[in-house]
Design a protein around this ligand. Structure first.
Ligand SMILES: [Zn+2]
Length: 246
């Protein structure tokens, strides 16, 4: 791996000199280095970003290094086009994030359960947002009969269960794109309900009146979030999941 601290060619340094009063010299290096490896660009962009943050707010990193107190837990899709902070205009420190394929809440997923437990019981988040997105590839894959082989088949099976629950409504939608998008919404609703079925969420509701649960769907085509479902803390859940001795 090359030294990232600026192995510049003569051409690159000339271009840098020409740029004169450019605000951020690292940005100039990035522009002047067309043959840079893609991952090297990420590391240089990181240096530029850190420098800009400190220029705007000298105490930014000191403050965040000492304290994390987000109000929100975000459970989103791993899709690279749906970054939680960017689409909500939030900063580091504001949203605790978990992402997986098709934003599922599976009650045997130790990774997700650990994130929810930490967010609810230690960070005391006030809101949990399950955010899907229209055109989700994971949701589309689950609608097919294609064999994606073990692990992916296991994961997509959870969405097939949502399809089975809502088969009549989905089959009545003739346009396939619209059918996928409705399933994206129904999947988000089911995942929010899965959260409410968890005893740890019900226990938190009783103890603190938080967190409120939200089901959102992001539009890849317009960048806008559609709110499709809400479960305020204390909402009724299917009786079989409502535990007495919390
Ligand atoms: Zn997706």
């Amino acid at each position: 791996m090359g030294n990232l601290n600026f192995e510049m060619t003569n051409i690159e340094t000339d271009k840098l000199a020409e740029s004169g009063n450019d605000v951020n010299p690292i940005k100039t290096i990035i522009k002047a280095s067309p043959y840079m490896q893609s991952y090297e660009r990420l590391l240089l962009e990181n240096k530029a970003w850190a420098a800009e943050k400190v220029a705007d707010d000298p105490d930014f990193f000191n403050r965040l290094a000492n304290l994390q107190r987000p109000d929100f837990l975000w459970i989103g899709c791993s899709d690279s086009r749906v970054p939680a902070n960017e689409i909500t205009g939030t900063q580091p420190g504001e949203i605790f994030v978990h992402r997986n394929v098709a934003n599922l809440v599976v009650n045997t997923d130790v990774n997700l359960l650990s994130v929810v437990d930490y967010a609810v019981n230690h960070l005391n988040v006030k809101h949990i947002i399950v955010c899907g997105h229209y055109g989700c590839g994971g949701v589309q894959a689950a609608m097919t009969k294609r064999d994606y082989k073990p692990v992916l088949n296991m994961w997509l099976r959870n969405i097939k269960d949502v399809i089975r629950l809502h088969e009549d409504e989905l089959n009545a939608i003739e346009n396939m794109e619209q059918r996928v998008d409705r399933l994206v919404e129904l999947n988000v609703i089911e995942q929010v309900k899965n959260l409410a079925r968890k005893s740890s969420i019900q226990r938190a509701w009783r103890a603190s009146g938080y967190p409120h649960l939200h089901g959102w769907v992001y539009g890849l085509k317009d960048g806008l979030i559609n709110t499709v479902f809400e479960m305020p803390a204390g909402s009724p859940v299917d009786p079989i999941y409502e535990l007495d001795d919390l």
